[in-house]
Design a protein around this ligand. Structure first.
Ligand code: C5P
Length: 205
C-alpha cells in the first residue's frame, strides 16, 4: 500500500504522514528533507542554488546531513525551494524516492509531487492544505516555541513566496493529483486532521 501525501509548507502534511505511518505500521519518507539537504549542501559548497550545475553537484550529499537540525530552518527551506526548480535535481532524487515507495510492504511519502510524479499509481493520495494565514500562524508558534523571534508578517511573506515558486515551476509543480482527496486543515486541530486522514485511507483501500 503506497500512501502519497502532498501539500504546501506548514499544511500539516508531515504530521499526517507520520501519524498514518505509525497507525498502519508503514515506513515514512519526508521527501522535503532530501531537497533541504541539497539546498544546504549547495551552501556548504559555496555554490549558488539558482545555478543548475551547482545544485546538481550538491545532490551527492551524505546521509549524515539528513539528521542535521539546521535542515529544519526557514532559511534552508527557502534554499530547498530554489534548488527544487531544476529538473536535473528532481531527476537525481527520483530513484531514491521511487525505490522507497516500492518497498514490498508499502510506504508513506510526503512532499509536493508524490501523487503526480513519484507514485502516481498510489491507491491513496491525499492533498493536505490550509489557508496561508493559518500556516503562517502555525510556523510562527513553532518558531516562538523554539525561542526564534521572527515577525508573523515575515513568515507569511516567506510562505507566499515559497508557495509561488512551488506552484509555478515548470517541472513537477505543486498540485493535487486529479484523484487526490483534499483535506483542508485550516479549522482542524491535529487530532481531527489525523482522524480524517485515517478514515480516508480506510475508505480508499
Ligand atoms: O516540505 P518541505 O517544506 O520540507 O520542502 C522544502 C522544499 O522542497 C519545498 O518548498 C519544495 O520546493 C521542495 N520539495 C519538492 N518536492 C518534494 C518535496 C519538497 O519540490 N517532493
Amino acid at each position: 500500500m503506497i500512501i502519497a501525501v502532498d501539500g504546501p509548507t506548514a499544511s500539516g502534511k508531515g504530521t499526517i504522514a507520520k501519524a498514518l505511518a505509525a497507525h498502519f505500521g508503514l515506513p515514512h519518507l519526508d521527501t522535503g528533507l532530501l531537497y533541504r539537504a541539497v539546498g544546504r549542501q549547495v551552501e556548504l559548497n559555496g555554490g549558488n542554488p539558482d545555478n543548475p550545475a551547482d545544485a546538481l553537484a550538491a545532490c551527492d550529499f551524505s546521509d549524515e546531513l539528513l539528521s542535521d537540525e539546521i535542515l529544519r530552518s526557514e532559511h534552508v527551506g527557502g534554499l530547498a525551494s530554489r534548488v527544487s526548480i531544476h529538473p536535473a535535481v528532481r531527476e537525481a532524487l527520483y530513484q531514491r524516492q521511487r525505490a522507497f515507495a516500492l518497498q514490498p510492504g508499502g510506504a508513506v511519502l510526503d512532499g509536493r509531487d508524490i501523487g503526480t510524479i513519484i507514485a502516481p499509481e498510489a491507491p491513496v493520495k491525499l492533498y493536505v492544505t490550509a489557508s496561508v494565514q493559518e500556516r503562517a500562524r502555525r510556523r510562527w508558534l513553532e518558531m516562538t516555541g523554539r525561542e526564534i523571534d521572527i515577525p508573523l508578517a515575515e513568515i507569511e511573506r516567506d510562505i507566499v513566496a515559497r508557495d509561488a515558486r512551488d506552484i509555478n515551476r515548470a517541472d513537477a509543480p505543486l498540485r493535487a493529483a486529479p484523484d487526490a482527496l483534499v483535506i483542508d486543515t485550516t479549522h482542524f486541530g491535529r487530532d481531527a486532521a489525523v482522524e480524517a486522514a485515517i478514515e480516508a485511507v480506510r475508505t480508499l483501500t
